[in-house]
Design a protein around this ligand. Sequence first.
Ligand SMILES: [Zn+2]
Length: 329
Amino acid sequence: MSPVHHYKRAEKRFVERVLRFFSSIGDFFAKFFGAIAGFFRQQVTVMLVPHSERNIFNFRISAFSMVVVIFLIVCMVLTFILYSTRFTGVSDLLTDKTQVLEQRDADLEVIRDQISDLLNTSRVFEESLHSTLDSLGLEKRKEEDKGDRTGVELGDDAAELTAVKGLLQDSLEYFDQIAKMLQAQQSLIVELPTIWPLRDVRGYVTSYFGPTTHPFTKHWYLHKGIDIAYSRGTKVVSTADGKVIEKAFDVNGYGNYIVIKHKYGFYTRYAHMDKVYVKEGQNVQQGEVIGTLGSTGLSTGPHLHYEVRIGTQVVDPQRYLDFNSSKNF
Ligand SMILES: [Zn+2]
């Protein structure tokens, strides 16, 4: 046998086998679908038998219809399960959210109370501030500017906070004014004879300003200053910033004394001093040591005679000593 012939036979056998194979697959599917079609074409009778005396209820239905009906029922059940699960999830979520909201509400209530307290405190503060401004003679806020603040309704938290903020902003302005005034007063206090004329001690006031009997003549006369007795050598200080305009010795009167000229027409005299440390024309500061306490001139014992004059008018020194209590004894 030639190889070609041999090949042709093998080829023919192969083709026959392939065809047989496919025809057997075809047969299989034909049988399979035939069986399925046969199944679906089958008629079944569904019979409902009630336990009572009623008639038996039955109906015929094709297998196909039954499969469809079962399929639909399964779909409905699955859908129901799916939705009910999701609904449970949503309702859990809602419960959580509700709890969170309730907590927030409680927190908010606390904050609201605190805002209310804050507003009350700020009103007290405002009243106190205004009375302070009044007593200082500073300009108060105009009434029409306050209008929107008094119109605040309770419970309107944001508006209340705005009102408090406004008040604090206004207060800054007021405090600025107060600070400026205090600075001005501070310089005034330094320029006025407002401190006690002895350094670190009070001494004893043996004679006040005003009409009294003279220690030597025993006649009534006007005592032009105050006498402060203490030990000889106690430091005497200038009671305000100024300039020494007179330094002298008066054997029958003031003894060693100086006169200092201050601002606003004020003059102070320090008499009966033991030693004098300053010269005529010298500038002195408030609190600067100008000499020591003694008993020179017409004097019954160591004391400082201290006088204050405005222009030519003698005044009670204690009226000015009261100004600056922190520096007094
Ligand atoms: Zn005197």
